[in-house]
Design a protein around this ligand. Structure first.
Ligand code: SF4
Ligand code: SF4
Length: 165
């Protein structure tokens, strides 16, 4: 069978009830490190359907084309993102000057939620998508500044992440 997708397990969601282990026809979901064995996985999707915790996602091997976005929309998304960065700076300042534990917890939660919003905005702007030209450019830049530690991984990513926009 030609594989056009493979299974990916979110370990944080996995409740280890092992249904995926019973349905997998090739034993790819039973691994020492908790991840799916990509070499063995044939992409049938049985584990994803069986998992009661929605911990397994089927990921396409070839990413679909990036959604086209008007430059005016991207500019607005960047503006919102810049505002969120400013908010984080203010929240961090308040956090550093707070002596109240409950207030600190709230401020930390707000910082985290702002970071998540920025991540979503960047994704919506076409950044952080594995198949985007922006990601490709970033990886090439990283390759040039890397001191050798991650060179092999970056080269592998550049090879498998086909630009599709
Ligand atoms: S079926 Fe889902 S929750 Fe159960 S072990 Fe597999 S991935 Fe984890
Ligand atoms: S997609 Fe199919 S082959 Fe791959 S891990 Fe899940 S059940 Fe096994």
């Amino acid at each position: 069978m030609e594989r056009n997708q493979h299974a990916y397990r979110n370990i944080d969601l996995c409740t280890k009830d092992c249904l995926c282990l019973f349905v997998c026809p090739v034993g790819a979901s039973d691994t020492e490190n908790g991840q799916i064995d990509f070499e063995k996985c044939i992409g049938c999707g049985a584990c994803s359907k069986a998992c009661p915790s929605h911990a397994i996602t089927m990921v396409p091997n070839k990413m679909p084309p990036q959604q086209k976005k008007d430059q005016a929309i991207i500019n607005e998304l960047f503006k919102i993102s810049d505002n969120k960065i400013e908010e984080i700076k203010i929240l961090k300042h308040l956090l550093n000057n707070s002596n109240d534990d409950n207030e600190k917890r709230l401020l930390k939660a707000l910082i985290h939620s702002n970071k998540v919003i920025i991540e979503d905005l960047m994704r919506e702007s076409g950044y952080m998508l594995p198949q985007s030209r922006n990601t490709n450019k970033l990886l090439k830049k990283l390759l040039n500044i890397d001191n050798g530690t991650n060179k092999e991984i970056i080269q592998k990513l550049l090879k498998v992440l086909e630009v599709n926009d």
